[in-house]
Design a protein around this ligand. Structure first.
Ligand code: ZN
Length: 149
């Protein structure tokens, strides 16, 4: 199996069986995101204690890439610091928009690197991360329009 097929398999698995796909009762942060190009919608929930993301979850609907990206993101965030989350956001965004070597620090998140070859889908993959940034800023009712993409 080549690496691209393997990545595709991980994405489809996360789309079919999304991790952390539920409303969080004991949340400290929350934000909603919408990608009008594709119709993807997400709400991201976080429980942050002492600068550590103790729990992360999401609900939403949309294409396979947007849902898989949110699933992978929430899985990766648990136990990480807020600073690490910001760093990943920037690295993930760069991975999909710039011609640079892919940072190894992104771990499993690199499975979405292939999305770069489909520019129309980049916003699907980054929606979860833009929504995360909004949640970290305690923006509880704003809709990310992804103007920075
Ligand atoms: Zn999409």
């Amino acid at each position: 199996m080549d690496i691209r097929a393997l990545y595709q398999e991980v994405i489809m698995d996360h789309n079919r069986h999304p991790r952390n796909h539920h409303v969080m009762v004991h949340k400290t942060n929350e934000a909603q995101g919408y990608n009008p190009l594709c119709g993807d919608q997400l709400t991201v929930y976080l429980n942050i204690q002492n600068n550590i993301i103790e729990d992360a979850s999401f609900v939403g609907c949309g294409c396979a890439i947007s849902q898989a990206s949110a699933s992978l993101m929430t899985e990766a965030l648990k136990g990480r610091t807020v600073e690490e989350a910001h760093t990943w956001f920037h690295q993930f965004h760069e991975m999909l928009t710039e011609d640079k070597p892919i940072p190894t620090t992104l771990n499993k998140l690199v499975v979405l690197a292939g999305v770069k070859t489909y520019p129309a889908r980049v916003k699907c993959a980054t929606l979860a991360w833009h929504t995360l940034e909004a949640a970290l800023k305690q923006c509880t009712d704003c809709v990310t329009t992804e103007s920075t993409c």
